[in-house]
Design a protein around this ligand. Structure first.
Ligand code: 5GP
Length: 214
């Protein structure tokens, strides 16, 4: 006799992670993507220049301001915002494709984008804000990343306070003291959110069969 559970239909979720630059969000999301095959990353479009090592189509779609504007006008973005001196946006079609087949999507977007998603897709949204353990540690992480010019680092530090003031708008807050512990926290959030009754859209049929009513 088999004890393997038949698949129970589940509605995909949108996991948003926001933080000031340097809080460790990228490290946490990379680990999550590697360890969990049911979640995939939303690749944003941006008008900023690629950093060394960044790959077009993997890290971002690097586009011109003109192309970005055309995409906005054509309604191709789920959300978009100006961050620092550049534009960033989430292409709509790939996200909808993943969600409709019951997969989850991970977003690395700022508070402005999160507000837009909250308005358009509250039921599917799970938002996590990642904070650094101290301002000294934030500055140290921004410097050791060493990909940005000194004035860019200074600008990002100045912006960090503004960004962090949005923490009360998020469902979950993770203070990233130790990266493995933070990864485990986000995995825990994901596990619990996937089990929410509203997301288990196949549960009605499953219980009907369990009760022998079919
Ligand atoms: P970076 O230039 O360091 O890659 O990203 C700068 C900021 O832009 C980060 O806070 C990141 O979360 C945010 N960001 C990246 N992609 C998007 C996007 O598609 N939409 C919004 N609203 N923010 C984004």
């Amino acid at each position: 006799m088999s004890h393997i559970l038949p698949p129970i239909g589940r509605r995909g979720l949108m996991l948003v992670m926001s933080s000031p630059s340097g809080a460790g969000k990228t490290t946490i999301s990379r680990a999550l993507l590697q360890r969990d095959s049911a979640i995939s990353m939303s690749v944003s479009a941006t008008t900023r220049a690629p950093r060394p090592g960044e790959v077009d189509g993997r890290d971002y779609y690097f586009v011109s301001v003109e192309r970005f504007q055309r995409m906005v006008e054509a309604g191709e973005f789920l959300e978009h915002a100006r961050v620092f001196d550049n534009y960033y946006g989430t292409p709509r079609a790939p996200v909808e494709a993943v969600l409709s087949r019951g997969g989850d999507v991970l977003f690395d977007i700022d508070w402005q984008g999160t507000q837009q998603l909250r308005q358009s897709a509250r039921a599917d949204l799970v938002s996590v804000f990642v904070l650094p353990p101290s301002v000294e540690e934030l500055e140290r992480r921004l410097h050791t990343r060493a990909q940005d010019a000194a004035e860019v680092v200074a600008k990002r530090m100045a912006k960090a306070g503004d960004e962090m003031s949005h923490w009360p708008e998020y469902d979950y807050i993770v203070v990233n003291v130790e990266v493995e512990a933070s990864i485990a926290s986000v995995q825990g959030i994901l596990t619990a959110e996937r089990l929410r009754r509203e997301r288990q859209v196949g549960m009605h049929d499953f219980v009907t069969r369990l009760r022998g009513l079919e």
